[in-house]
Design a protein around this ligand. Structure first.
Ligand code: ADP
Length: 790
């Protein structure tokens, strides 16, 4: 007997809500875009809750379904497009009761909250109360048992959106680097006028009770003095500050004086230190023509920087994954980042730790507060103190431990080379080492030695290097030449100048150079010294690290370029730009820039380009432009790495697209070329240059007093400093497990395993680009044709 067929209800799509709350921050829009698109990609529906918790409490039109194309172009927009508010009602249980009711009525049982510690505290309270709120709603008859049954568990995931970077458990919050960029741009501008008139500037920056922005701004701009809430100055600071500034100006010849004051700055008795009070001290005691600049809300606005765009994108994607992975008993996570690793941390713990820091400061227990901020914060603070003045009598090493440290730049210039050198020099001078700059790389060293014995190697003075704090390029000169071009002379020079250590800043050539010197140690004892590489290259292709100085500067330059050309399409309509990026045989820059600008596709050497891919992309674009919903004015971007294919060049691809578009759209090639190396280094490259430069010097210093043979026997004496996952570490170059043997693809000049390769697929997911078939089946959430890149 045939069983009667019962109609099967299609399963209800899961509804994920997203809101932005508290102070707005650049990058929040990128997070919302990623949550919306990832939710739809995963077969869920996405809902935007407008005006933060206000929308949740009020419901109605403030909770709206969001479609794929609604978030087009959001990556490049500052502020938050779904609005944010401070909501007093949500602080009360009655407000949260209304919020719960609205969520059940709209069928939303998962919430991504992007905000600061206040907003995330609210989220945590809401999650904890949820079962009780549902019971109350049923008991009071506002909802029925049946209505609440499917929503017994509320999934909440936190994203930290805040310019202050005040949340514990994460290195960075969405928005903090954009804000730092704004601050550094402003201070860089003040530099010139400060130097011209020999003026002093007191600059007040935001950050509420957290000194992160102030500390990073001080590092990035070489400020003479810094006030942050976590580390109030000792009593009598007025004399200390005046003494250092006087010495920097009178004895060392520094023409500009910059003092950075965090808005929450205070003394050891919790008495506010205002920027105007600092100015008065400098004016009256030193007779210094001093001005105050309060940067105010300019620090919040403007488009997100590259880091915030990819951070918000990756974290938004991770938030949706966390919702889909979660179990009813799992604690709510907040999505964090440690160095280069996106992680999930307990929301409750992060909130608790954050509050604890404030409580410690209130209790004047500054040491604990500083320790609790996170290990990196303290390290940065110490590193800043090292560079603000060379005068640290207690830090000087005894005579026998002092070294002659040679510094060389190898390869193409990259943002951060100069700040890294400045940090190394400052640290050396603090400790009593002798910093020696080798000018124009290894060829420079060899070329000049015969006729001008001291021409290419010079001791660097503190003031000279201090001015490099925000300079792009390479002040000591960089060169691609390798020691193998004249190993004999290189060794002679090492002996002649009595180098005790070599600090090499550069890209794959720097890595190759140190590999050559290491291998030549048997023949040339002069190379039996610490040989340390700090990766600096826009290509980010050095084995042993996931991050190279200069790559962030390059990404920022690229996104500025891409934003500008995309905007030019708004008047020409339906235009695809094929943008050629640098990067050599590594597609890192193209891929991360692709994520940061919302590219339709990225072509990289690791995958190559074939005719099927091109024809599928043409089909996708044609379909896309035909079915777009008002998107024809938004230019689309395809990023092509310079080495992705020798046949399908950027121009060829642009021409093919033009031809095959059959009038549906236009296509243009755009090549930013060396523009990508950037002007001034980005703040991230500056602060990381400082931290890593100093770590390298500390590593070098650990070999002081060892014999050449002992040094050569230690694999870590020839090493690369790098970010690996959530850590910064030194990886040995030699040995059976060293970078040279295990991790280097010598032929293609890149690491054998590239950590970012999986992000390539994410670019496709977020642009809706099919990678096989027609693509219609790829997006269960919405129909084919709704998908727009950007
Ligand atoms: P931020 O998230 O930037 O730290 P706020 O501290 O102003 O900003 O918090 C934003 C909103 O989060 C508040 O207006 C309120 O609606 C909610 N919120 C903050 N703290 C709590 C709390 N303890 N309980 C419930 N809601 C809270």
């Amino acid at each position: 007997m045939a069983t009667p067929k019962t109609p099967v209800e299609p399963p209800r799509r899961r509804r994920i809500g997203v809101l932005t709350s508290g102070g707005d921050a650049p990058g929040m829009n990128g997070a919302v875009r990623a949550v919306v698109r990832m939710a739809i990609h995963s077969g869920c529906e996405a809902y935007a809750i407008h005006e933060g918790y206000e929308g949740l409490v009020n419901g109605g039109n403030m909770i709206r379904q969001v479609h794929w194309e609604d978030v087009r172009g959001w990556l490049s927009r500052g502020g938050t497009l779904i609005g944010s508010a401070r909501c007093a009602a949500f602080r009360e249980r009655s407000g949260r009761l209304r919020a719960a009711r609205n969520m059940v009525l709209r069928g939303i049982d998962a919430l991504v909250v992007c905000g600061g510690d206040g907003s995330l505290t609210g989220a945590d309270v809401f999650r904890a109360e949820w079962p009780g709120l549902l019971r109350e709603l049923v008991a009071t008859g506002e909802l029925t048992e049946a209505q609440t049954r499917p929503y017994q568990v509320l999934n909440i995931v936190g994203l930290v959106g805040s310019i202050d970077n005040d949340m514990s458990s994460t290195d960075a919050t969405i928005g903090c680097y954009s804000s730092l960029t704004r601050i550094c741009d402003a201070v860089d501008d003040v530099f010139d006028t400060a130097s011209s008139h020999q003026r002093g500037f007191v600059i007040e920056v935001m950050g509420r009770h957290c000194g992160w922005l102030a500390l990073m701004a001080a590092i990035s701009t070489g400020a003479d003095w810094l006030f942050i809430p976590e580390m109030p100055p000792r009593d009598g600071w007025e004399d200390d500050m005046c003494s250092i500034i006087t010495k920097n100006r009178k004895e060392r010849g520094k023409r500009r004086t910059i003092v950075i004051v965090a808005e929450g700055a205070q003394d050891r008795n919790l008495k506010k230190i205002s920027s105007y009070a600092v100015k008065d001290i400098l004016s009256t005691r030193l007779g210094l023509d001093t001005r105050v600049t309060v940067l105010g809300h300019t620090q919040r606005g403007g488009p997100a920087c590259a880091y915030d765009r990819w951070l918000s994108t990756l974290q938004g994607v991770e938030a949706v994954k966390a919702i889909l992975d979660t179990t009813p008993t799992a604690p709510s996570p907040v999505i964090t980042i440690r160095e280069n690793k996106i992680e999930r941390t307990s929301l409750m713990d992060a909130v608790r730790l954050t509050k604890e820091v404030s409580a410690r400061i209130e209790a004047k227990d500054f040491e604990t507060a500083m320790n609790m901020r996170d290990a990196e914060f303290k390290e940065y603070h110490r590193a800043y103190l090292n560079t603000a003045t060379p005068e640290h009598p207690k830090m000087a090493l005894p005579e026998g431990k002092r070294m002659r440290v040679a510094i060389v730049h190898v390869g193409a210039p990259a943002g951060g080379m100069n700040p890294a050198t400045r940090a190394a020099v400052a640290y050396c001078l603090t400790r009593g080492h002798t910093p020696l700059a080798i000018h124009n790389g290894f060829p420079g060293l060899c070329r000049h030695h015969a006729d001008k014995p001291v021409g290419s190697v010079r001791e660097v003075e503190w003031l000279e290097s201090d001015n490099w704090v925000n300079e792009g390029g390479s002040e000591i000169g960089t060169n691609r030449g390798l020691p193998s071009e004249d190993m004999e002379t290189t060794a002679w020079c090492f002996e002649h100048y009595r180098f005790d250590a070599l600090f090499v800043v550069g890209g794959f050539e720097a890595f190759t150079a140190v590999s050559q010197l290491r291998r030549a140690r048997d023949k040339y004892p002069a190379f039996r010294i610490p040989l340390i590489v700090l990766p600096a290259t826009i290509s980010n292709n050095v084995p042993g690290t996931e991050y190279s100085l200069g790559s962030d500067t390059c990404l920022n330059t690229l996104i500025t370029f891409c934003d500008a050309i995309r905007q030019s399409a708004s008047s020409s309509r339906r235009r695809v730009f094929v943008v050629e990026t640098q990067g050599g045989q590594s597609g890192y820059i193209a891929t991360i820039a692709g994520l940061a600008v919302g590219a339709t596709a990225v072509y990289i050497p690791e995958e190559g380009i074939d005719i099927q891919t091109l024809s599928r992309d043409i089909e996708f674009l044609r379909h896309n432009f035909a079915h777009d919903k008002g998107a024809n004015r938004a230019g689309k971007l395809i990023l092509r790495n310079e080495c992705a294919s020798s046949t399908y060049t950027t121009q060829v691809i642009a021409d093919m697209f033009m031809e095959e578009a059959k009038g549906r759209f236009e296509s243009r090639a755009a090549v930013p070329g060396h523009f990508q190396q950037g002007g001034k280094p980005s703040p991230m490259d500056r602060v990381r240059a400082l931290r890593m430069g100093i770590k390298c010097m500390q590593h070098i210093e650990s070999y002081a007093g060892m014999s050449p043979d002992e040094i050569a026997a230690d694999p870590r004496s020839a090493a690369v400093i790098g970010v690996k996952g959530s850590q910064v570490l030194f990886s040995p170059m030699g040995g059976p497990d060293g970078l040279e043997a295990k991790e280097t693809d010598w032929e293609r000049r890149r690491p054998k395993t590239e950590f970012w390769l999986e992000l390539q697929q994410l670019v496709n997911t977020l642009s809706g680009r099919p990678t096989q078939g027609t693509g219609a089946e790829e997006h269960p959430g919405e129909g084919w044709g709704c998908y727009e890149s950007t």
